[in-house]
Design a protein around this ligand. Structure first.
Ligand SMILES: NC(=O)c1ccc[n+]([C@@H]2O[C@H](COP(=O)([O-])OP(=O)(O)OC[C@H]3O[C@@H](n4cnc5c(N)ncnc54)[C@H](OP(=O)(O)O)[C@@H]3O)[C@@H](O)[C@H]2O)c1
Length: 254
């Protein structure tokens, strides 16, 4: 019988779906959050049937503050504890910063940063009271590179997670930033960017990525950069001048 509950945002596709599958396989009960309620119900039914775990659906647009508040309330609920949160939902914008309407930029920031910060805050508080819990924030290698407002948002997520892990680990609350490179999901399709525009060698599979991420979380790491390729890229990025990094910024954006 499962006694642990994990809440995953964006579990209907890509990386979030792989988290939902693998956490259910590990025996976690699940709370699933995304906008498309019908798709959430489908995923929930598949996971219940495949793994015999309890699955709750919580339809919410994380870019809407009232709907986000329902997710914050769920992770802070002392009667129905959530032991692990995976802040995964997100999207990117095809055009660069100034070519977008400022409201499109705001909408991306609301989901990538505000929702991650507010859910981490609500969950972390309840977990610290209980003396245990974990938060995995899905960031990106883009946070190490000059990759526009998307990269800047992911840099916030990585830094916050790394700092929070060092600060609250002593109270039993773990944080980890997962920094993927290119992953085959619906992400680029939704952005209307062709996957062929980045070299084949750079693409990762969501299942492998999440397996490595959970392994890193179990090991107690505060940052997970799955695959040797991306470990090398992020290491080089730390020592490469910003001007040189900028020459690679359009990769994967055609
Ligand atoms: N794929 C990559 O190459 C890559 C690389 C680095 C980092 N990442 C990061 O990985 C995370 C997951 O991306 P993915 O590639 O798995 O994307 P994906 O396949 O497009 O899936 C996105 C998921 O997020 C949900 N979502 C999107 N906007 C939402 C909103 N406003 N409120 C609630 N849920 C929302 C979607 O469901 P609904 O549409 O039903 O809401 C869906 O379940 C993102 O944070 C992304 O930035 C991706």
């Amino acid at each position: 019988m499962s006694q642990r509950t994990a809440l995953v945002t964006g579990p209907t596709a890509g990386i979030g779906r792989a988290f939902a599958d693998q956490l259910a396989a590990r025996g976690h009960d699940l709370v699933l959050v995304a906008r498309d309620a019908a798709r959430l119900e489908e995923v929930a039914a598949e996971l219940r049937a495949a793994h015999g775990v309890a699955v709750e659906v919580l339809p919410a647009d994380l870019g809407d503050r009232e709907q986000l508040a329902t997710v914050e309330a769920r992770v802070a609920d002392r009667e129905r504890p959530v032991d692990l949160v995976v802040n995964n939902a997100g999207f990117g914008l095809k055009k660069p910063f100034l070519a977008n309407d400022v409201e499109q930029e705001q909408a991306m920031l609301d989901v990538l940063v505000t929702a991650v910060m507010r859910i981490s805050h609500a969950a972390g508080g309840a977990m610290a009271e209980r003396g245990h819990g974990g938060v995995i924030n899905v960031s990106s290698v883009a946070g190490y590179l000059p990759r526009g407002s998307y990269g800047a948002a992911k840099a916030y997520v990585t830094r916050l997670s790394q700092w929070a892990d060092a600060t609250y680990r002593g109270q039993g609350v773990r944080f980890m930033a997962l920094c993927p490179g290119f992953v085959r999901t619906e992400f680029h399709e939704r952005m209307e960017v062709k996957q062929a525009s980045a070299p084949k060698l750079l693409w990762l599979e969501a299942d492998d990525l999440v397996r490595d991420a959970l392994h890193d979380f179990d090991k107690g790491r505060s940052i997970s950069v799955p695959s040797v390729r991306y470990k090398a890229i992020t290491t080089v990025a730390r020592y490469t001048p910003t001007g040189l990094q900028a020459r690679f910024q359009s990769l994967g954006r055609k």
